[in-house]
Write a new protein. Sequence first.
Length: 240
Amino acid sequence: MAIYFYLHFQYNGWLYLALIGMFLIVLHKKKIKVNDSLARLGFWIYFLALVPGYFTSVLWVDLGEFSIVLAIIGAIGQWIGVLSILLSFMQIREKIKLHYSQFTRWGVWITFLLLFVKSTMELGLTIPQLAALIYDTRSVIIGYLHLTLLGFVSIFIVTLFFMLKILQPNVLSISGFMIFLIGFTLNEMVLFIQAFMDWIYDVSVPYSNHFLLIASSLLLFGILLIWISFLRKTWIVPDC
């Protein structure tokens, strides 16, 4: 329960709030105004649901019916909060198109899609039978954590780097981003297919560890290309 407490308030708490806050700051610097009332509503609903949302992670512990009620309130509240904030961002997509390249915009939309999928998956934990099945399946837990940290968090950070021009959209950085995305997708496919096979047929996916090794190698290679792209930019000395 202590481990889940730490994880919940890390990725659902400060990582999510900090990244959304930085994204709003970047938009503000570009004079792009979001729907303030909708964004504030989404923030407060999400913030108030954050503490009861912790109980969605510990439903495997028998804490009584009150904890189930709190978990349902937290999961639904966080989902509504995320949806409200995403809707406020969708309203400014035409303005974003005027300031950023198509590649950067794709990074933004992929990030928000992953955030929506993550929040929707958390709703499934409010179903006791499904929650018990998920908690007993290691690949689902790992897949969810990777979806959150390797997917939403990492891709959002890299996208913010492009928006702030810390990274330039050149061949190296774009190739690194795409290879990272392919590795992440392969990783998620293997983990969730393995969970499905465990539930339906109680068998393992052939060569699943080999595929996970390939996925990890792609993630590493993609990160290295992004770093090389960044270092090449910092090494360039402008003409005097």
